[in-house]
Design a protein around this ligand. Structure first.
Ligand code: ARG
Ligand code: ZN
Length: 879
């Protein structure tokens, strides 16, 4: 229970800042028992503010104030006041210099916000509101200042001293200390400030920009990670080139730095010129990183780099606008990844994440618009809705405008708003102005929460050759929002004839050679579209390439799905048809009696996927994966996890048993693909091989076991080694599983990123990850409560991926999670608030589960001194 209730902050109460800061001069004295921060700000009244004689208010959190000086004179005690999380200076002139000295304790900072220590080094995380944990400051993104930062520390322990911008001075100090001064010429909000001090190795490279400027590229990592930097450095150079070519964006400073830190709440942070990464999102080598990690690293390196324009040069006016930079930047990194690898596979991965997790968020108690209207704790709004749905919204604008006009729009946006802190509305306006299109209805995507449901029905008239599609849209109510207006939905589709050939889409009787694909623009609650000149009933291919983040309902027959699986020219929809078919088969098993038969057509469809080597193997690798339990939960009304788990396992067993020979052949074929490479094709073969392995072990196949043990021993890369381990862990070859797990740990115990995989492979497995085993993992010497990656890899993987282990009829999984959240809330509220999320969806589950989930939430609510982060989530979930 919280005693003082946190305030809700509303978008419609936004006011421009009363004071602006033009320049900040920071001096950090770093010591083992704390740090002294000297800040000198050049402040002036904001001419645009109506608050004429407002006192100066600065944000602060966990600071020890040592002195306040205004224009050179120390302020008397009654001239200012520390009010909880604010420093208020009562009367100030129109323009002045304010000096504030604070003392902070980075070594005791377990929240990992502001300045903290991670394996011996000093580092920062200031987004969204971490800078106020460093010094008193107007900590809001619409206050942009030029920063100069002098860092002082012991030279032997902290030879590397970094901050934003360019180094301008360095030197020796007394007592074995030294300093470096950095200056960042680009005005920026405090959330983009960064500082690093440590004993790090430096990796050097250079990049020549399109205008011929040479940029120094630097990576700083702990010495033991020295061999894990090449991939990220390369990805950085690819990103820099890509942003020039695709968006015309050139890098602006003379140096760009990346630092890896082990303890980090999120993936990475785009601080100006000094990106700080979670080690697991940047360090990689063939022996220690899986294909999935390589792809993730490439995407995150690109994402943070792209923020230099979409986020830093043009930033957010306030935190309600977070998706302005995150949605746009995720869209940009997705385009980049698509260009670097397989576009279809990338689209499938993004749509899977969206449909599984973002749709669930949109249907749950924390549902919020892409531009939220209120929040209590902004950290809780770094969500899939802001990031992924926000990216989908930008993608739809891209699809509506087309490549060229979209580029014109982004050019206009960057030119018009360079150096400014702006809103999502400014972004949309730039797109409108550049294209001449009216996006006023489209703006509802930013304002209305909830996933639109698009219901399609069709009629065919043989006589006239007219095929009619009736399309309705509706948007479900979400907390605080009901009676929503129809949105502007780009709906891509095609029609196929009975042989699988695409048909021309003629929208009038006169049209003859219409295009084979159209993007229908849905703007009303109901539309009907007629297609002319069709001599047979066509098969519709709907929402191609997932052209909008919506749920499509259409009464597909299994014949149609099988047909689309093998004929749709749209790769995404081929995959989607396979998913829908598998979902249908699994769901009908759940409804039928225990030994109901499994549709043999599913087996045959998978058989052709496995046999037809002429197919795009990257797509086949994706198509072979059954829909996840989490997705099946999302599709259910009152999810019964054990029933879902059992039905899905039965289908898997049936497929693996029926296709055993094909799986063995597929496994052997994929092994013969030659040396290790990181190409889409080679990645596809590793994925196929590991799926085949998993399926064979699922049915306890002894030949499969031999494959797995051999692959584990001889693998020259982590994808194969971990693939074999995972297959063993998920099997009931208990002895081999335990032996291999022990061997793996012995081999990689000194590599935190690999140990994290080792934890999560077990925690996510319904075989090796039952509650007693999870509790044992928490006792393991490599587990560390202070390290978010470790917490996520055990507790997060258990509650988020091991649904059968977590959702037990006795509620033990829920109570366990509630206890861990309470424990973490005291040290790291951001992590605690994220970890609790599986419980928040309690209404989604069958009552015997849901009620116990709710009880676990209530248990958390009753804890003493709940953080604002967890309080907000629990309050909204129980509302
Ligand atoms: N802006 C960072 C990114 O690239 C994420 C920062 C998250 N910070 C937080 N407090 N949740 O997406
Ligand atoms: Zn971002």
């Amino acid at each position: 229970m919280r005693t003082n209730q946190p305030q809700t902050i509303y978008l419609n109460e936004y006011q421009v800042p009363a004071y602006l800061v033009d320049h900040v001069d920071l001096r950090f004295e770093l010591f083992e028992d704390g740090a002294r921060v000297h800040s000198t700000m050049t402040v002036r009244k904001n001419p645009e503010s109506s608050q004429a004689d407002a006192p100066l208010e600065l944000n602060g959190d966990s600071l020890k104030l040592e002195s306040v000086t205004l224009d050179g004179s120390q302020l008397a005690g009654d001239a200012y006041e520390e009010q909880g999380d604010k420093l208020v200076v009562h009367t100030v002139p129109a323009q002045f210099e304010l000096n504030v000295v604070t003392w902070i304790e980075p070594q005791n900072n377990t929240r990992l916000e502001g300045l903290y220590k991670s394996s011996g080094m000093f580092c920062t995380q200031c987004e969204a509101e971490g800078f106020r944990c460093i010094t008193y400051y107007p900590d809001r993104p619409d206050v942009m200042a030029v920063f100069r930062t002098r860092v002082e520390a012991d030279k032997a322990d902290y030879p590397i001293l970094l901050s934003n911008g360019n180094p301008i001075e360095q030197g020796e100090l007394e007592g074995g200390r030294h300093f470096v001064t950095w200056e960042d010429p680009f005005p920026k909000p405090a959330y983009l400030f960064a500082l690093v001090a440590g004993d790090l190795v430096e990796k050097k490279d250079t990049f020549t920009t399109c205008s011929g400027r040479s940029i120094d590229l630097r990576m700083y990592v702990e010495p033991r990670n020295s061999a894990k930097c090449d991939f990220a450095m390369d990805a950085l150079k690819r990103s820099m080139r890509w942003d020039e070519e695709v968006y015309g964006r050139e890098y602006d400073l003379d140096i760009f730095m990346i630092v890896a830190v082990d303890d980090f709440n999120m993936g990475a942070m785009e601080n100006k010129g000094l990106n700080i990464f979670n080690s697991s999102c940047v360090l990689a080598s063939q022996e220690t990183a899986t294909d999935a990690s390589f792809q993730r690293i490439e995407a995150i390196v690109a994402h943070e780099y792209f923020h230099n324009w979409s986020g830093n040069r043009v930033t957010c006016r306030d935190w309600f606008q977070l998706s302005l930079k995150e949605g746009f930047t995720v869209f940009r990194d997705a385009q980049f990844s698509a260009d670097m690898g397989s576009p279809t596979v990338k689209r499938i991965e993004d749509a899977t994440l969206l449909r599984t997790a973002q749709f669930a968020e949109d249907a749950g108690p924390m549902a919020h618009p892409v531009r939220p209207a209120s929040y209590m704790e902004i950290s809780n709004f770094y969500t899939l809705t802001i990031y992924e749905k926000g990216a989908e919204v930008v993608r739809m604008i891209h699809n509506l405008l087309g490549d060229e006009l979209f580029r014109k729009g982004s050019d206009l946006y960057f030119e018009r708003h360079d150096g400014q802190a702006v809103t999502t509305d400014d972004f949309v306006r730039a797109m409108e102005d550049a294209s001449g299109r009216d996006l006023s209805q489209f703006r509802l995507w930013y304002e209305q929460a909830g996933t639109p449901v698009v219901t399609v029905s069709d009629e065919y008239d043989k006589q006239s050759g007219v095929y009619r599609l009736n399309i309705r849209q509706s948007i479900p109510d979400t907390p605080g929002q009901s009676g929503k207006k129809p949105q502007h939905i780009p709906f891509a589709l095609g029609l196929l004839d009975q042989t699988g050939q695409p048909l021309p889409l003629n929208l009038t009787a006169d049209e003859q050679n219409g295009p084979e694909e159209r993007v229908l623009e849905l703007t009303d609650a109901e539309h009907s579209f007629e297609f002319y000149g069709l001599s047979d009933r066509p098969v519709p291919s709907l929402l191609r390439n997932f052209s909008a983040p919506v749920r499509v309902q259409y009464p597909w027959t299994r014949e149609q799905l099988l047909f689309l699986m093998s004929h749709d020219p749209d790769g995404f929809n081929r995959w989607d048809a396979g998913q829908r078919l598998a979902v249908d088969v699994i769901q009908s098993l759940m409804e039928a009696s225990g030994d109901a038969e499994i549709d043999s057509r599913l087996v045959e469809a998978y058989r052709s996927l496995l046999n037809d080597t002429s197919l795009d193997q990257a797509l086949v690798a994706k198509m072979l994966l059954l829909p996840s339990e989490a997705y099946l939960v999302e599709l259910a009304d009152q999810a019964d996890v054990p029933a879902i788990h059992e039905a899905r396992e039965r289908v898997l067993t049936h497929l693996a048993t029926s296709l055993r020979e094909e799986l063995v052949a597929c496994y052997r074929r994929s092994l013969a693909q030659g040396d290790y490479q990181l190409t889409p094709d080679a990645i596809a073969h590793r994925s196929l091989r590991n799926t085949a392995l998993a399926w064979l072990l699922h049915i306890k196949d002894v030949e499969g076991l031999a494959f797995a043990l051999d692959q584990y021993q001889t693998a020259d890369n982590m994808t194969d080694r971990l693939g074999a381990l995972r297959a063993l862990v998920n099997s009931d070859f208990v002895d081999e599983r335990e032996k291999t797990l022990a061997d793996f740990y012995d081999q990689f115990r000194d590599d935190p990123q690999v140990v994290e995989m080792w934890f999560s492979v077990q925690a996510a497995s319904h075989q090796a990850g039952q509650l007693p085993q999870i509790k044992a993992l928490l006792q393991h010497s490599a587990f560390d409560w202070k390290n978010p990656n470790k917490v996520r890899s055990v507790i997060g993987a258990f509650a988020g991926q091991n649904l059968a282990g977590f959702h037990k009829a006795d509620g033990s999984g829920y109570q366990f999670l509630a206890d861990q959240v309470c424990r973490l809330d005291d040290s790291n509220p951001q992590i605690a608030a994220r970890l609790i999320s599986p419980l928040t969806r309690w209404k989604k589950y069958a009552p015997q589960y849901g009620q116990q989930m709710k009880a676990a939430l209530e248990h958390v609510r009753n804890k003493n001194e709940l953080s604002r982060d967890v309080y907000e989530v629990v309050l909204k979930s129980l509302a």
